[in-house]
Design a protein around this ligand. Sequence first.
Ligand SMILES: [Fe+2]
Length: 235
Amino acid sequence: MDTIRAVFSTPILVRDIENSGEVNKRLEEIILESESTTPGRTRSNIGSWDSQKDFFEWPFEEIQTVKLWIARAVKEITLKTTKQKFEPRAQEMLAHAWANVSRGDSYRKIHNHESCTWSGVYYVKSDLVKEKSRSSGNIEFLDPRMLCLQAELPNSSFGSRLRVVPRAGRLVVFPHWLQHYVNPVEDDSLRICVAFNVKIETHTVKLRANSMRPLLHSERQYFSKVSTASAHKVD
Ligand SMILES: [Fe+2]
């Protein structure tokens, strides 16, 4: 019997949080206040402000609420990806996040996130003028099967992209290795979001980390003399 299986799929969660209006209003104030008093960081962002990666530590109740929304979404996408084998109580989730404020002419270069498990973004505010451009300020994900870009098969998913429109209250979660970028904002609208990384400390990852030791024990060892008495000659 023949089977045709869809393999190498990539999970992406897009969720619109209900009744997030009040939380978003307060988050907007908190983030704009921070933008006006703290120098921004440069990452893949061009023309926009990024905070430090300590957003989850800021002492506001609304930030705890966002953390909860993110934790629930991460739990669900992990359960789906592991065929329900994820046990949140036995596996620790580590996370950090940073706020972003974008106005006209800003964009984000193509990038993926640092080594972790899941990355994502929560939109606090988006005033994009839809009539200006269909793609203005949208986040776009690329097919990670890079050679697919050369595979021409009309109507297939090979080499395709997924474009997600930013909307206040929208939460997006994706694997950290998935490349993406944000199209330039083509109007003067304000967009505020929170980006995050989550690492799931599974038993296997912990075991692997536990089995590793420092290669050298001090910086001095890099420069100390190495005995060559028993060295083999290589021509
Ligand atoms: Fe990103």
